[in-house]
Design a protein around this ligand. Structure first.
Ligand SMILES: Nc1ncnc2c1ncn2[C@@H]1O[C@H](COP(=O)(O)OP(=O)(O)OP(=O)(O)O)[C@@H](O)[C@H]1O
Length: 395
């Protein structure tokens, strides 16, 4: 993978030049935001932020109000000035450091590389839906005919083609935000900055738009930097999440890493109310095949209680299975409803199968272990009830 945005040791400080200059040494001495404000009058926006956003991923900045998420996001198109550090934006082979680049390069970044979606839909009330969606293209001097075609295609993507001639006030909040999405996608900028785009919407519409964003992303593969103060939202849409506190990034990781391995008490506190079943998969909780107990001549026990074992060949393919010393068939966790009760069976899952599905199969089989396979049917490991409990209770 290659990166689309690199933040390197980014400090952002709000205040006069004098206040900023006084604040930097205090920042280096490890003072908190409160101390810096009290002693210098400057507000610490971000401190020492390092983050790489890979091309094509959704990277979420998460944290409480005032933690510095929007401040960092707005450094990407220099809406906020960086006091120290670098913000590199890549577009194909081209790259520029937003902090030091020329006005010309900055214009290219704003017009061609980066589009923005705001929390308040920011539609122009005197323009129709279609004219709003085409606004960015108009600014970049796109010819009218091509613009109209592009706008219609984007409106179709967000299911608003019949609303092209309406004005913003004739649309609901959710529809207005869809127009905002269409407008950002229409520019064909590879990078999207989304600052709490769904937080003004009611929960049902919000969930729907999150799903739509994920669907669009599946097709369009943009690089998205997304700000949210809602952990459930971050876990749902983020490939990677950075948790911010007091202007600093305190942990960056995949959703399941954040849930399973919180790095600080602050993050632990944050995730304490999250339902781990919404993010965990079979892969996250299984015991690796190499850690399972041998059961003689190519056999491995799947569980500590020794109820279930597999015989494996040298490619880790299963050649025989036993449950309670009787030959067993192996059955996908997704098919639990359709099989006769009377045959001994071992349920299996893919690495990416949701933990919820695995637990359902365990319940059905009176807590027997579930086997995990890769896409080439090779045995990866097994999940026992204790592994599930450990991950769900995070002990
Ligand atoms: N233009 C500005 N001038 C002065 N201070 C600012 C400015 N923008 C942000 N700040 C301060 O920087 C800190 C971080 O704000 P920021 O908006 O990035 O937080 P946030 O995590 O995005 O919060 P929210 O979810 O409330 O938007 C806050 O203390 C805020 O008051």
């Amino acid at each position: 993978m290659s990166s689309a945005i690199d933040f390197r040791a980014v400090d952002i400080i709000f205040g006069t030049d004098k206040e900023r200059a006084a604040a930097l040494p205090l920042l280096d001495a490890g003072r908190t935001r409160g101390e810096i404000l009290e002693q210098t009058g400057a507000v610490l926006g971000c401190a020492g932020c390092d983050l790489t956003v890979e091309r094509g991923e959704i990277s979420v900045l998460m944290g409480l109000s005032g933690s510095g998420k929007s401040t960092l996001l707005r450094a990407v198109n220099r809406l906020n000035k960086v006091a120290r550090g670098d913000v590199l934006v890549h577009d194909g082979d081209w790259q520029a450091n937003v902090v030091t680049c020329s006005e010309g390069e900055l214009r290219k970044i704003r017009r061609e590389c980066v589009a923005m979606v705001f929390q308040q839909f920011a539609l122009l009330p005197w323009r129709t839906v279609a004219e709003n969606v085409g606004f960015g293209l108009e600014l970049s001097g796109f010819p009218a005919k091509q613009r109209a075609e592009r706008v219609m295609a984007q409106l179709e993507l967000v299911h608003l083609e019949d609303w092209a001639g309406k004005y913003a006030h004739e649309l609901s909040g959710g529809m207005q935000q869809r127009v905002g999405l269409a407008r950002a996608f229409a520019t064909e900028a590879p990078i999207l900055l989304m600052d709490e785009p769904f937080s003004a919407l009611d929960p049902l519409i919000r969930t729907k738009l999150q799903d739509e964003l994920l669907e669009l992303q599946e097709r369009l593969k943009k690089t998205i930097l997304f700000v949210s103060h809602d952990l459930e939202e971050a876990l749902k849409i983020g490939n990677r999440i950075s948790i911010m506190d007091g202007g600093r990034i305190v942990q960056t990781g995949a959703p399941e890493d954040i849930v399973l391995k919180p790095g600080t008490d602050y993050v632990r506190e944050f995730i304490s109310n999250v339902n781990p079943l919404s993010v965990l998969t079979a892969w996250n909780v299984m015991r690796d095949a190499r850690d399972l107990e041998a059961a003689g001549e190519g056999w491995l026990w799947l569980d500590r209680r020794r109820t279930t074992r597999f015989k494996l060949d040298d490619k880790m393919l299963v050649v025989a299975a036993e449950r309670d010393e009787k030959p067993a068939i192996w059955v996908s966790c997704d098919k639990i409803e359709t099989l006769p009760e009377d045959r001994p069976k071992v349920y299996w899952a893919h690495a990416g199968t949701p933990l919820k599905t695995v637990m359902h199969a365990m319940h059905q089989s009176h807590t027997a272990p579930v086997a995990v396979f890769d896409d080439a049917s090779r045995f990866l490991g097994a999940i026992g009830i204790r592994d599930v409990l450990k991950s769900v209770l995070r002990r």
